[in-house]
Design a protein around this ligand. Structure first.
Ligand SMILES: [Zn+2]
Length: 150
């Protein structure tokens, strides 16, 4: 029986190639020798944005790139429309560099480089929220805890 899908290629391998909306399903399918449908299935399961041809309008700054990928949603939370790590972490891929969207949003929002890990503030219960005011680094966490203990 002939099958269009190479069973030796894992979903994880497909996911590794699907790094952003600028990567087409077809190019990944051809590279890995799997069907277009299989790639599309992985893309949807990972909730990666659909490939949009001609989307590449050059962004002049990383600030602009961040703003273009943030979509504010109800409750003051924000959704990341850019690429994601296979585990769901929002990623900013811009000019060949990638970092977590949390770090980029934090820098944009607070105007400084975050210290330690970035986590969501206790009031934010939305997974992968990228609202600047819902992110805090170690400095802010320590200050909040010190304030609460007073
Ligand atoms: Zn939030």
């Amino acid at each position: 029986m002939i099958t269009a899908t190479d069973p030796t290629v894992t979903d994880q391998e497909i996911a590794r190639h699907l790094t952003s909306a600028e990567v087409s399903n077809r190019s990944v399918a051809q590279k890995l020798g799997v069907s277009w449908g299989r790639v599309d299935e992985v893309r949807q399961r990972l909730q990666l944005p659909t490939y949009r041809r001609g989307r590449r309008v050059p962004e002049r700054s990383w600030e602009e790139a961040v703003r273009n990928r943030i979509k504010t949603v109800a409750g003051g939370h924000a959704e990341w429309t850019g690429s994601r790590h296979p585990l769901g972490t929002p990623l900013l891929s811009w000019q060949g560099r990638a970092e977590t969207a949390y770090r980029a949003v934090f820098r944009l929002h607070y105007g400084r480089v975050p210290v330690g890990n970035i986590k969501h503030v206790p009031d934010c219960d939305v997974e992968h929220c990228v609202a600047g005011e819902h992110l805090e680094d170690r400095v802010m966490r320590d200050a909040r805890r010190a304030g609460g203990a007073r």
